[in-house]
Design a protein around this ligand. Structure first.
Ligand SMILES: Cc1cc2nc3c(=O)[nH]c(=O)nc-3n(C[C@H](O)[C@H](O)[C@H](O)COP(=O)(O)OP(=O)(O)OC[C@H]3O[C@@H](n4cnc5c(N)ncnc54)[C@H](O)[C@@H]3O)c2cc1C
Ligand SMILES: NC(=O)c1ccc[n+]([C@@H]2O[C@H](COP(=O)([O-])OP(=O)(O)OC[C@H]3O[C@@H](n4cnc5c(N)ncnc54)[C@H](OP(=O)(O)O)[C@@H]3O)[C@@H](O)[C@H]2O)c1
Length: 246
């Protein structure tokens, strides 16, 4: 059984008309980078809860969540309307398996996200574990439009802290821009553009964590399977670990 903790919004940052980040003050929670927690509001006399991944690393006491307004969604439009000082509820039992403890060692760690699926990777990247366990870390983020390539400053900071060991590769699918590859991630795996922008993908050397749109998880997994990579399971370790946002 979980209990609800009361949190208070410190800041609601609107990145675009549909993308927002909430920074929240709440009682301290124990979690691992990559995990999520249920966030809730009372709407129409009912407590509406949805899982949200932590953007903050566990050592940071201010909780941060990155969200998109799903038109007509029960919770996300109401979360996006919150302002500093407003209350919200956070469950006291973070959970989830998109954590480095579930990922076998390798040379290269690939963190592949679409949309808000970048959230858990921003937490993982700001802990010590990836840099202790992997030689290189490659962050891959796919969005529709360039303005949705959020958290650029934070990603630049990671790059500065781990100069030769970090790559960031961005994709925009519905707009051309000079600072991102065009199209979808699975196509760029199949035609070699992703490797050309980063490092080679090899089963003996690569571990992939995927997060976001379930169709992307399916299509990236298929593109990687064609290269000899397999789902990572506890009994049969492989190279692909996934978390679907819906
Ligand atoms: C483990 C886990 C972690 C999650 N972490 C996050 C997070 O960090 N940030 C976040 O924004 N959402 C996250 N989600 C999704 C989140 O829980 C909600 O579904 C989302 O906020 C929409 O809520 P809603 O009540 O408005 O609509 P819902 O009824 O929950 O969703 C309606 C539909 O919206 C679409 N949808 C839902 N979430 C997204 C999304 N993130 N991006 C694009 N389309 C979506 C799907 O088609 C879904 O069927 C996570 C989900 C899971 C299972
Ligand atoms: N982003 C916006 O401008 C916008 C505006 C208003 C409302 N919304 C709503 O917000 C919600 C989330 O939108 P979102 O853009 O954050 O998430 P999204 O629809 O999951 O798209 C994010 C990225 O994932 C890509 N993608 C989708 N399917 C894929 C697959 N099978 N393989 C690889 N990549 C794939 C998309 O490419 P494609 O572009 O090729 O699909 C896009 O680049 C939706 O409900 C949407 O209706 C979004």
């Amino acid at each position: 059984m979980s209990a609800w903790l009361e949190g208070r919004v410190l800041e609601n940052r609107a990145w675009t008309e549909t993308l927002f980040s909430l920074r929240v003050e709440a009682p301290r929670l124990q979690f691992e980078a990559g995990q999520f927690v249920r966030v809730a509001l009372d709407i129409g006399g009912e407590r509406i809860a949805r899982p949200f991944s932590f953007v903050n690393p566990p050592a940071d006491p201010v909780l941060e969540f990155y969200g998109v307004i799903v038109p007509g969604g029960p919770l996300s439009p109401a979360l996006a309307r919150l302002a500093a000082g407003d209350a919200l509820y956070i469950a006291d039992n973070p959970s989830g398996f998109l954590v480095l403890g579930e990922v076998p060692p390798a040379e290269d760690l690939w963190l592949v996200a679409t949309g808000t699926g970048i959230a858990p990777f921003l937490s993982i990247l700001r802990t010590e574990a990836p840099w202790q366990r992997y030689r290189r870390v490659i962050l891959v983020h796919g969005v529709r439009h360039a303005r949705e390539l959020v958290y650029a400053d934070m990603i630049d900071e990671v790059g500065k802290a781990h100069r030769n060991r970090f790559r960031s590769v961005r994709f925009t699918s519905r707009e051309q821009t000079s600072h991102a590859l065009e199209g979808r991630i699975p196509a760029a795996i199949a035609d070699g553009r992703l490797e050309a922008a980063a490092v080679p993908i090899l089963p003996e050397r690569s571990q992939f964590m995927l997060c976001g749109n379930p169709d992307m998880l399916k299509d990236v997994s298929a593109a990687l399977a064609a290269r000899g990579l397999r789902k990572n399971r506890r009994r049969t370790p492989g190279q692909i670990t996934v978390e679907s946002f819906w």
